[in-house]
Design a protein around this ligand. Structure first.
Ligand code: NAD
Length: 507
């Protein structure tokens, strides 16, 4: 039974359409939420516009103060929030705590650095405009619509919410239909510290609710995290009003293992990167390219280690069920396709996909044009293929329409290999380390999207640059005046030649 099948009209709420959020491990109803209509989205945006003025008026220090209190509330109640995440996604409590902890760190960084990154800064006015002083500041856009996925329902949307708020915007947040309870928890906790101002509001529902948000002329930017296919729809809706978007979409991240790598460390990272969160991580490991000199040893170690990993809903389980039941068919298709084309399952089998859980599955010798290599699987499966050189590993890693993250395990050439990978982020001798460093930008290229959350880029993403000049004294060269003469133009030409003419080739 999917959440969609529990869509119903509640008589108690005068014909209001509602939907249920389900526990993916048990099928139990975790909560019931309204399907926010287009009219209600519009009203939320009107409230947000008013709240944005108040929020921007607080200034960097005022906002930092509110966000500090918010971060305190979330930190003190981490376990409570982790239980909601566990109930709605099925991920282990410890994994939920990890994503909440990282999100808290991002709130701290965004609010703590907004003034320095976005506040007014003087810039050089240059030789030609020496009579002017020049400065730039980064102004809030107004209202940001955040549309989130379910796989990291706290960490992922927080990369947009915290940075948009710290930059001075109000936010209207539509969490995934699979995790509305997590979204509500976050919005309610912010309301506790923001008084009566609806600076962060919740809307719940399915695609059409997100579509109403993305397509509204009242939203000043849309921050979308989800699949590439939906990202295109969001962009099309936003294009109607020339609303800018940041798209954080899917990935097909690879790990490269060189001949001199610390193999036990690489095996540990590959396994966790692939199977953690049931493989439902946008920057999770889906492919590994191992140097032929250490390939057999790598495979033998990862097979051994994978035998210890198991899914379940108990406290000792390493990962939970597939949160979105429809993904099970995709995972099954990728494994079947890989095996049909000559790949071999060295851990798991074609029967790895159950009714709710997917058993750890490691495939080898998988042809590079099979779906397990070309498309996002989003399950606890991993392809481990052999390469003859690091050049080949880089070429295969880059032969994808995605470009989100990557990982390299190597002693000597780690940084050199990392520089050659076409992706938004790379971790050397670690996996997904970049996500936990708030000062680093997070985002992708190609089908993984564009724009950045996190770090200074993430703050600027939710602003517009505001440039101001201030004339300090009258210029001897009145260039922007009808009083300009031929003599002025001659002096101007001489100055330009001196500054930029360089040496002619025939001199
Ligand atoms: P999804 O695209 O199905 O849904 C994402 C959100 O978009 C949901 O809130 C959904 O209700 C909403 N939506 C659906 N149709 C819409 C429409 N027409 N207009 C506006 N909104 C609409 O994605 P998902 O299954 O929730 O998430 C999994 C995907 O997210 C994976 O591809 C994963 O790689 C990606 N992801 C990317 C990142 C990243 O930072 N790059 C992070 C996490 C997840």
């Amino acid at each position: 039974m999917t959440a969609t099948s529990l869509r119903e009209t509640s008589a108690a709420d005068s014909g209001r359409e509602t939907f249920a959020s389900l526990n993916p491990a048990t099928g139990d109803v975790v909560g019931t939420y309204p399907v926010t209509s287009a009219e209600e989205v519009d009203a939320a945006l009107d409230r947000a516009t008013a709240a944005a003025t108040w929020w921007a008026g607080l200034g960097f220090d005022g906002r930092k103060d509110v966000m500090k209190r918010w971060k305190g509330v979330i930190t003190r109640r981490m376990n409570q929030l982790a239980e909601v995440v566990h109930a709605e996604t099925g991920k282990p409590h410890g994994d939920a705590l990890l994503e909440i902890g990282l999100a808290i760190d991002h709130i701290a960084w965004a609010s703590g650095h907004a003034k320095k990154v976005l506040g007014k800064q003087k810039v050089s006015s240059g030789m030609l405009m020496v009579n002017q002083s020049a400065s730039v500041s980064y102004q809030p856009l107004g209202v940001v619509g955040v549309i989130g996925p379910w796989n990291y329902p706290v960490f992922t949307p927080m990369g947009s919410i915290a940075y948009a708020l710290a930059a001075g915007n109000a936010v209207v947040f539509k969490p995934s239909e699979y995790t509305p309870g997590v979204g509500k928890w976050l919005v309610d906790s912010f309301a506790e510290v923001a008084g009566d101002h609806p600076v962060l509001q919740l809307i719940t529902g399915f695609g059409p609710t997100g579509g109403a948000l993305a397509g509204s002329p009242k939203v000043d930017k849309v921050a979308f995290t989800g699949s590439t296919a939906t990202g295109k729809k969001v962009m099309a809706a936003a294009a109607e009003n020339l609303t800018p978007v940041v798209i954080e979409a899917g990935g097909k991240d690879a790990m490269i293992v060189d001949a001199d790598a610390d193999l036990p460390a690489a095996v540990d990272a590959a396994l966790w990167g692939a199977m953690g969160n049931a493989g439902q991580t946008c920057t999770g490991m889906e492919r590994v390219y191992v140097h032929e000199k250490v390939y057999d040893e790598f495979v033998s170690q990862i097979v051994e280690a994978a035998r210890e990993i198991r899914p379940g809903n108990d406290a000792d389980a390493h990962y939970g069920p597939a949160t979105m039941p429809s993904q099970l068919a995709v995972i099954s298709d990728h494994v079947d396709d890989a095996i049909a084309r000559g790949g071999r399952a060295v851990v798991g089998s074609a029967d790895c996909v159950g009714e709710r859980y997917v058993q750890p599955t490691i495939l080898v010798d998988v042809p590079e044009d099979s779906r397990a290599i070309t498309d996002e699987t989003f399950g606890p499966t991993l392809v481990v293929n052999k390469v003859a050189s690091m050049d080949e590993a880089v070429a295969r890693t880059n032969a994808t329409r995605y470009g989100l993250g990557a990982s390299v395990f190597a002693k000597k050439s780690g940084s050199v290999i990392a520089q050659q990978i076409r992706s938004g982020m790379v971790s050397v001798n670690a996996v997904i380390a970049f996500a936990g460093i708030p000062a680093l930008p997070f985002g992708g290229v190609g089908d993984s999207g564009f724009g950045r959350i996190h770090g200074p880029d993430g703050l600027k993403e939710f602003t517009y640059a505001h440039a101001v000049t201030n004339q300090r004294f009258k210029s001897a060269l009145p260039l922007t005046s009808f009083k300009r003469t031929e003599k002025h133009e001659k002096t101007f030409t001489q100055m330009l030649t001196m500054l930029h003419g360089g040496k002619a080739l025939d001199d």
